[in-house]
Write a protein that binds this ligand. Structure first.
Ligand SMILES: Cc1cc2nc3c(=O)[nH]c(=O)nc-3n(C[C@H](O)[C@H](O)[C@H](O)COP(=O)(O)OP(=O)(O)OC[C@H]3O[C@@H](n4cnc5c(N)ncnc54)[C@H](O)[C@@H]3O)c2cc1C
Length: 297
């Protein structure tokens, strides 16, 4: 792929539901988008969701993985070829438009507009920079692939994912499951299914290397500490973010505090992050860019 100094109407970083939808709409509106993703496939977090997505009324019975396949199909039909396995390491506002730097090249891509659609990654334990054996971080296929039979399992976190995973491990033959929650935020019906004596509320001390929580030994630790936005590469843009680090946008246009830069999907401060709201954001940004291009601004 020869990406040296190519120029596009919009450079869209992230090929999850938000970025793909934005690219498809841009292409169908007659513009030239570049869609870049660090991953080897299209779909973002959906690629790691092997479960049926009951929250998308337009695709009953489809799993997240099937949804990811559909997103790739839609891109193909709109004539957009995504640039995969290309991590964006830097984004800047250029004298005219914006520029992003891609790793493994190196190459620079120019655009009239920049769209940040880089989503989130699961928060890990503080100080833990890489994977550790028998420490699983965040939900997804790796939980499905885990054999829980006979294991002593500690689940860290107080949200839906933590309680859902605890129930999952119990149903699949774990010898002991204990949930450690500094505060419990999960839906009541989930919490009610985990026996109260298996839930430790309040502060606790974790030693992930020795797999101990409050000095008690476990075979497996699962961490569900929520999510953090993937925006390290965009620091130079000086975007206004909320206290939790998510990008602030104008809901009517998806425009950020930096002119020419849009942000869509879970990387933004979202009341209800999900596939459908991410896709809606993608459309909002595409239409806002169309309006600006056609008005010559
Ligand atoms: C296990 C699981 C189950 C879920 N179940 C549901 C469900 O049932 N229903 C539902 O609606 N939602 C569900 N979700 C949430 C849903 O997947 C997300 O809301 C949605 O994927 C967010 O879309 P997005 O496009 O904003 O970001 P993402 O899907 O996270 O895509 C972001 C993309 O940006 C790329 N990226 C990040 N940084 C860079 C960089 N520097 N350079 C290049 N590319 C980069 C990533 O590789 C990724 O592909 C689930 C998520 C998980 C993990």
């Amino acid at each position: 792929m020869a990406a040296e100094k190519q120029s596009f109407d919009a450079v869209i970083v992230g090929a999850g539901p938000a970025g793909v939808t934005c690219a498809v709409w841009m292409a169908r509106l007659g513009f030239k988008p570049a869609l870049v993703d660090a991953a080897a496939g299209v779909g973002g977090l959906c690629r790691f969701n092997p479960y049926v997505d009951d929250w998308n009324p337009s695709l009953p019975g489809a799993t997240g993985e099937q949804l990811a396949d559909n997103l790739a199909l839609s891109l193909g039909e709109a004539g957009v070829t995504p640039w995969l396995s290309r991590t964006v390491t830097e984004a800047r506002v250029a004298p005219v438009g914006v520029s992003v730097v891609l790793a493994h090249g190196p190459s620079t891509v120019m655009g009239r507009f920049l769209v940040l659609a880089t989503g989130v990654r699961p928060r890990s334990l503080p100080g833990l920079n890489g994977p550790l054996p028998a420490v699983l971080v965040g939900p997804g296929r790796h939980i499905l692939a885990q054999d829980f039979r006979g294991l002593r399992v500690a689940v860290l976190g107080g949200g839906d994912n933590a309680f859902g995973a605890a129930l999952y491990a119990m149903e699949r033959g774990a010898a002991r499951v204990r949930v450690y929650a500094r505060n419990v935020r999960a839906q009541r019906q989930l919490v009610a299914q985990v026996p109260a004596q298996q839930v430790v509320r309040g502060d606790y001390v974790v030693d992930p290397h020795r797999r101990r929580v409050d000095a008690e030994a476990f075979d497996l630790i699962m961490v569900f500490y929520g999510w953090e936005p993937c925006i390290g590469f965009a620091r130079a843009l000086g975007l206004r973010c909320c206290a939790r680090g998510f990008i602030e946008t104008d809901p009517a246009t998806a425009q950020t505090s930096t002119r020419g830069v849009y942000a869509i999907g879970e990387v933004t401060r979202r009341q209800h992050p999900c596939v459908v709201t991410a896709m809606a954001d993608g459309i909002t940004a595409a239409k806002a860019m169309q309006a600006r291009i056609e008005a010559g601004r």
